[in-house]
Design a protein around this ligand. Sequence first.
Ligand code: F6P
Length: 503
Amino acid sequence: MTETAEKDTHRTGYDFVVVANRLAVNGVTASDGSTGWQRSPGGLVTALAPILASSGGAWVGWHGAADETLEPFDHDSMHLHPVPLSEEEVEDFYEGFSNGTLWPLYHDVIARPLFHRHWWDAYKRVNQRFAEAAAAVAAEKATVWVQDYQMQLVPQMLRDIRPDVKIGFFNHIPFPPPGLFAQLPWRHPVMKGLLGADLIGFQRESDAKNFQRAVRDRLGFYIKSDRVYVPLEDEAAAPLEGFTADPARGTAPRQLSAPADGTFRPSEATAFPISIDTDRIVELSNNPKIISRAAQIRAELGNPETIFLGVDRLDYTKGIRHRMKAYEELLQQEKLQVGKHTMVQIASPSREGVESYQRLRDEIELAVGRINGEFDTMGHTAIRYLHHSYPVEEMVALYLAADVMLVTALRDGMNLVAKEYVAARRDGTGVLVLSEFTGAADQLRQALLINPHDIDELKAAIVQAAVLDQEDARKRMRSLRRQVVSHNVQRWAEEFMHRLHQL
Ligand code: F6P
């Protein structure tokens, strides 16, 4: 692009730009074979779409198909700017570095992260492409909000091209303790990539503190009250070189006092726990069709006394095996009985090209087969296992049908399923068993909190949930609902944007 053309684009570009690995729409094929786009159902899109619509915003992201280049288009009052990925980049950037290196490393090394240099090269290349796409659509002094771990280099790369824009970043997954993060051969460039943002949001206080400690220990930057003082000298010396090397070989000398004015750029790293589109879930839970679908689900399961529900992406972070182990032992010990009790496990297909996900699917399906083979009767099942994704209407019907929601993640940035279950239980019934290793546990303190690694504790919580005194259950659910109803995803987005503009 010539300099003049570039300037024109800045003048006429978009004042608010979201950058995320996935575009905000999914391709759909109608029954007559025609194709089109549908807004993605997730909370993030729901929260940001109105801001995009009112501020003339654009969304930069990958549309989900490899080796396909699409022209930008408008849909649902949003400007969509697709970024193409080749088949090889899907393997190396998405399945590889994002989900074979960062995902396991950031989730407490539950699975072994793989460190491949060609994956890192693809990650840099793709992040640069996203940064350039954002730079091309952003108006002069626009606000750009970069989302999640697949895009950690984008803030600094974008700042290098467009120093005039305001940059926010939000990490939807945990940020690991410094000792684990230190394993990453490219820890320095990742930290510097993130510090390109004016505001870096994390799910939990502990994630923000982990990031700050890594920056303080490894880069030596001065930090006070969540504000990182990024030396301008450092940024100017080698803005891009920082993406190729780990110059300090470990740690850097710590700056012990705030640098002089004019020698640093502030970058704030702080917690903004995300939430759900509470109104939508509440509205659906009030819909007579969905209420009768819930009754139908219960009837189809043989009207058991207690339905336990698990809803997860089929991911090793979710603790599905731990949940099943606890449930199997309770059946063996006759503390639970098929017919009286049943478990529904929704495991939506995810990242099926990644080997650790393929192995997990085999293990889970082996366990389900074994448990059902041993405990099923002609009329009743121990576990109704469904390897599908469902529309939100069916999910809400399941939330209404389930007496107990089991969230047993070994590590989870937030866990929105826990919040959706609470939002759906308008009548104050239902019990949430919640892993303390989820971001949601920081806010949903009245759930039955468990350590999923402690199978005996998990078993005790499952039994307790099944027999919990109604008054106790209602008291807990009332308190949980107060939290979820007053903190929806719209409020999360507003608070983040408000802080970003204050800075
Ligand atoms: O939790 C992080 C996240 O990226 C979510 O934003 C997303 O819904 C999920 O993981 C699955 O992501 P993907 O299918 O793009 O790998």
